[in-house]
Ligand binder design. Structure first.
Ligand code: GDP
Ligand code: ZN
Length: 305
């Protein structure tokens, strides 16, 4: 077959050991990177799932990535290397991070959720929360648990994969977007995905099991197409994301209910722990800032993981 020199636009949906599966309106191509892209000192992943690329087709199934478009945003981690740092891209150009927690079994670990939210805030990625297994506690208690997040502006969807509640909202949340899905195991991620697309949960689980075992950047990553046109990726790697180089005062900006207050504190270097005239502590005492959120904030500010 003659090679077509025309560039095809596509989306990287899978990476493994230097091979990139690209979805385009001309079908799916397994690609390598043009050698020229790999020249020079490598400071980070050249292509990752979610990257928009320009590809030359080699034959029916294969292609070469000629160009990677600049990333709008990403979830990434800086891996320390002997000669500097390497930016490992977990997923590029995602529209949102979706954190799935169970209302019970396992009981929600809000400290973990708060840490996830801070990672999303730091990386400039909008976050949403799914409170699954509502059937185990009832709607009222579910809201009691997660309302604190709605109050500060994060969308919360209450769902039950087994009783098929909240699935329309879940599907609408994912929509045509690229979403990174994460949460503690057992929260019901696979069940929720299976409920909107049979088989999808299994596929996701297969990839995350593989990713969990590997330590290297060559490990497979994959995102899956949704009926509505969006993509989801399971990103267990998010759990390992250190909150690298976060200055204590910077943490203020990653708590929506706190960042709006800090300018009202009496001291502009207020640590919001003991100072007189602290607007943050005043709101904690009034009960408008949730005590556990404040606790998470203080811990993260102190550099605790
Ligand atoms: P994952 O590890 O997040 O992918 O979680 P799974 O989807 O594998 O679910 C873990 C367990 O919780 C399984 O036994 C599911 O059947 C169960 N489960 C999932 N969603 C729900 C739910 O909404 N309600 C109840 N009661 N159980 C659920
Ligand atoms: Zn203060």
């Amino acid at each position: 077959m003659s090679s077509n020199k025309d560039l095809i636009s596509g989306l990287v949906i899978r990476t493994q050991s230097g091979f990139f599966t690209v979805d385009s309106d001309q079908g799916r191509l397994v690609c390598t990177l043009r050698g020229r892209l790999k020249r020079g000192a490598r400071r980070g992943d050249l292509a990752a799932i979610g990257d928009r690329v320009q590809v030359t087709r080699l034959d029916e199934q294969r292609g070469v990535i000629e160009r990677v478009e600049p990333r709008q945003r990403m979830l990434a981690r800086l891996a320390p290397l002997p000669r500097g740092e390497y930016l490992q891209v977990i997923i590029a150009n995602l529209n949102q991070a979706v954190f799935v927690f169970a209302c019970a079994d396992p009981a929600p670990r809000f400290r973990m959720l708060d840490r996830f939210l801070v990672i999303a805030e730091k990386q400039g990625v909008p976050a949403a929360i799914v409170a699954n297994k509502v059937d185990l506690v009832g709607g009222e208690q579910a809201r009691e648990l997660f309302q604190r997040y709605e109050a500060i502006g994060y969308p919360v969807i209450y769902s039950s994969a087994v009783q098929r509640q909240g699935l329309e909202q879940f599907e609408a949340l994912l929509g045509k977007k690229i979403s990174a899905l994460t949460g503690p195991s057992g929260a019901g991620k696979s069940s929720l995905l299976n409920a909107i697309q049979p088989g999808l949960g299994l596929s996701i689980r297969r990839v995350s099991a593989a990713t969990g075992k590997g330590q290297h950047t060559t490990v497979a990553a994959e995102m899956f197409g949704l009926p509505a046109g969006g993509y989801v990726a399971d990103t267990p790697g998010l759990k390992a994301l250190a909150l690298w180089d976060v200055e204590p005062a910077e943490v203020d900006g990653y708590f929506p209910e706190i960042r709006s207050l800090v300018s009202e504190c009496a001291f502009n270097d207020c640590t919001h722990t003991h100072e007189p005239g602290c607007a943050v502590r005043a709101e904690v005492e009034r009960g408008t800032i949730h005590l556990e959120r404040y606790d998470s904030y203080i811990r993260l500010r102190a550099g605790e993981e």
